[in-house]
Design a protein around this ligand. Structure first.
Ligand code: NAD
Ligand code: LMR
Length: 343
């Protein structure tokens, strides 16, 4: 029987108790250590479940300011390889992050109908800062997948925190915009009458409204769209987040398919850490592709992170005009993030 004062510790470490810390999951070739910050949330929970079945992961840390003991106990009963440990509250943040190879951050408030992603800034900026300060202390070499909105500002915030600490490596900081690609592939496949798995739609820019720039002239397989199709697809891809927020009527924003997109992206990062070559994904990263400090682009993932940011390729007149409009607004979101830390 545990003394009363140890009860919470026991509950949050229940899985560690079952599997000693040096437990190596059978069949786990490399056994990466992954932390999810915001693991009790709408994205965090399905993401944690999906990561528990990922064969590349040997240790999965679930951190949140609420509910991680229960979620950890629940997920830890899955008969898959990764050992799950729960961490609750800011006093356990640094411990949750020690030795992590990959940190995925879906912590923060989501939108309700009528809100923009930028309306989340006042709450989520501080959360992103605190969590990145934890990374500086405990796992400064980790790859960071930042999901919390507004991504256009939280990624610059993270970069400034890391710069201040002298640990910034732009290759390791990746804003997750994968869901724009996932959603664009789905909508374009519907119009083309194809399986979405056969479709590859480049989506660049930022992660909000008209800053989300689908490059429909570069869709693979090679195809063409009528002007009404271009208008329809561009608008649906740019407003896909709002479509879900409105359908959920105040309950949440995209969570389930976001978890799917986050897993696809995280898995690409783990494959990159494993040393797989020729791995390309879209992410919001430090960039020289335009004059902006950050921009979502196709990146080549190498074993040190986003090793190459690819150029945009030839844009048609419609896409070029969209890019010019997007850049103005994106510049302001980036500036807001940078000055939040500089102030
Ligand atoms: P949610 O409210 O369901 O979950 C957020 C979780 O974060 C909660 O469990 C909460 O307790 C936790 N949290 C709050 N403050 C924290 C802190 N300081 N430390 C650790 N955890 C903390 O929200 P959700 O639907 O999971 O969305 C999370 C975020 O992801 C939102 O900002 C949302 O806008 C964003 N999002 C981004 C994308 C993207 O493409 N990048 C897609 C969907 C949602
Ligand atoms: C999305 O694009 O679904 C997310 O950014 C959530 C939102 O607020 O729309």
């Amino acid at each position: 029987m545990q003394p009363a004062s140890k009860a919470n510790q026991h509950t949050t470490r229940i899985s560690a108790h079952l599997h000693p810390p040096n437990f190596q999951a059978k069949g786990t070739a490399l056994g990466f250590k992954v932390a999810i910050l915001g693991a009790a949330g709408g994205i965090g929970q399905p993401l944690a479940m999906l990561m528990k079945i990922n064969l590349l992961i040997s240790v999965l840390h679930l951190y949140d300011v609420v509910n991680t003991p229960g979620i950890t106990a629940d997920i830890s009963h899955m008969d898959t390889g990764a050992v799950v440990r729960g961490f609750l509250g800011q006093q356990q943040l640094e411990e949750a992050l020690v030795g992590m190879d990959l940190v995925i951050i879906p912590a923060g408030v989501p939108r309700k109908p009528g809100m923009t992603r930028d309306d989340l800034f006042n709450i989520n900026a501080g959360i992103a800062r605190t969590l990145c300060e934890g990374i500086v202390k405990s796992c400064l070499k980790a790859i960071v997948n930042l999901i919390s909105n507004p991504v256009n500002s939280t990624v610059p915030i993270a970069a400034e925190v890391f710069k201040r600490a002298g640990t910034y490596d732009p290759k390791r900081l990746l804003g997750v915009t994968m869901l724009n690609v996932v959603r664009a592939n789905t909508f374009v496949a519907e119009v083309l009458g194809l399986d979405p798995r056969e479709v590859d739609v480049p989506v660049v820019g930022g992660h909000a409204g008209m800053m989300i720039l689908p490059l429909l002239s570069q869709v693979k397989p090679l195809c063409s769209f009528t002007p009404p199709e271009i208008e329809y697809l561009t608008s649906r891809i740019q407003n896909g987040g709002t479509e879900v927020v409105e359908a959920k009527a105040g309950a949440d924003s995209a969570t389930l398919y976001m978890a799917h997109a986050a897993v696809k992206f995280a898995n690409a990062c783990l494959c990159m850490l494993r040393g797989d070559a020729g791995n390309f994904e879209y992410a919001f990263v430090a960039s020289q592709v335009t004059e902006l400090l950050f921009f979502a682009s196709k990146v080549r993932l190498g074993h040190t992170g986003a090793e190459e940011v690819l150029l945009l390729g030839p844009l048609n007149e419609y896409e070029g005009a969209g890019l010019e409009k997007a850049k103005k607004e994106l510049a302001e979101s980036i500036r807001k993030g940078v000055s939040f830390i500089k102030k």
